[in-house]
Design a protein around this ligand. Structure first.
Ligand code: ADP
Ligand code: LIP
Length: 356
């Protein structure tokens, strides 16, 4: 599958002296508090920006990151955030035993407890980028922020959660509004990719959106599905032992963009997304990717590119690439038991039996 750039991105930009920087990530870091049976079981660095930059850094893809936190921010990160003195860092509580949440996760109810400042257009550098990633978690991406991103980036990938989340004024519970009523609808024809989980996809018209941009719908252990104009592609998952689902969608998007930056087509890049998503659910908080696994992935990506250059008939065949990427072969399952395991552990599923 090849991507048709949106019309706004088909026109060449005015001549530039300075080459593009690679990837711009826009979204706030946050503090995540994981709660089970009324007790805090873990406090971790969160926010889509943190999971995505972890994937990009691990894959040696250079990125700039624009994120805001308060003075209370308590993590050392490789991409320094803007510290807003009078504000607190965004905090999310994730409850793992409250049943179905407002956004449909059977295993997680999210509440935004505090919110740092939005990210304004003036916070974003005036450089040009190959890829922009609009990945807010707590409502920090404004329509004018996304407008600036589509101006300065050749292709923009958007996580729908950055656009459609609203927060209960009393307890901060996350709810979703339809994309049409989100205040971003007028910009959507200018973006390249829209990523949604299967629960979030219920809040948009996929048939309409796939005519405007490439839509990627993730579906947990079942992998993902790509909708691009009239093409639809199912991309199979990888085996995983789920411990904590937090960050899977973010790492997926990181893997997708790594693949695109490396020159893979969208369906092959989505396989990388599935791979990083599957490894993320095996960890609490930020996953540390195994160095040997990362090297194998790099080698396989180069091999795949050569293969696709030699024969266009390979392009739609995922099976070999999928088998060679399979993390089961890299024995990267976590070794230690985690405190969340008894409740959240999902036994591994075989990708061959996927019924997506
Ligand atoms: N239990 C799992 N087993 C294997 N892969 C998973 C699992 N959960 C998530 N993933 C991978 O991570 C991606 C994103 O997960 P998903 O749960 O759909 O997103 P979100 O975290 O936004 O709800 C999936 O498309 C899949 O590739
Ligand atoms: O799990 P996921 O949906 O990919 O993404 C998560 C967000 O939904 C959540 O708001 C945030 O607190 C987590 O750190 C993570 O970014």
């Amino acid at each position: 599958m090849t991507l048709n750039p949106p019309p706004s991105q088909q026109t060449p930009h005015s001549p530039r002296q300075i080459p593009n920087r690679r990837v711009l990530i826009v979204g706030n870091y946050c503090h995540d508090v994981l709660i089970q049976n009324g007790a805090v079981v873990a406090e971790t660095l969160g926010g889509a920006a943190s999971f995505i930059s972890n994937v990009l850094d691990s894959s040696s893809v250079s990125c700039d990151l624009v994120s805001k936190v308060g003075c209370d921010f308590r993590y050392e990160v490789s991409h320094a955030p803007i510290v807003v003195p009078e504000k607190e860092t965004t905090v999310f509580e994730a409850y793992f035993d409250l049943g179905i949440d407002g956004i449909g996760h059977a295993d997680r109810v999210l509440k935004r407890v505090t919110a740092c400042d939005p990210i304004f257009p003036s916070d974003i550098p005036d450089s040009r980028f190959d890829f922009g990633m609009a990945v807010g978690v707590g409502g920090e991406i404004l329509p004018e922020t996304l407008e600036k991103m589509v101006e300065i980036c050749d292709v923009v990938a958007v996580d729908i959660q950055a656009l459609i989340r609203v927060f209960d004024p009393v307890d901060g519970a996350v709810k979703l509004v339809n994309l049409k009523e989100s205040g971003f609808h007028h910009i959507l024809h200018r973006i390249g990719f829209l990523k949604a989980s299967s629960d979030e996809a219920l809040f948009m018209d996929v048939e309409q959106m796939k005519q405007l941009c490439c839509v990627v719908v993730t579906n947990g252990e079942k992998g993902c599905r790509i909708y691009n104009k009239d093409e639809e592609t199912v991309v199979p998952p990888f085996l995983a032992k789920q411990v904590d689902p937090t960050g899977a969608g973010d790492s997926f998007l990181g893997g997708l963009v790594v693949g695109l930056v490396e020159g893979l087509d969208v369906s092959d890049a989505s396989l990388l997304g599935n791979l990083f998503g599957s490894i993320t659910v095996e960890h609490i908080g930020q996953p540390k990717f195994d160095l040997m696994m990362l090297q194998r992935v790099k080698d396989e990506v180069q091999r795949r590119k050569k293969q696709c250059n030699l024969s266009s008939s390979h392009k739609s065949d995922h099976e070999e690439f999928h088998a060679r990427l399979s993390p089961a072969r890299f024995s990267c399952f976590p070794s230690a038991d985690s405190p969340l395991q008894p409740k959240l552990l999902v036994s591994g599923h075989c990708c061959e039996s996927c019924d997506l």
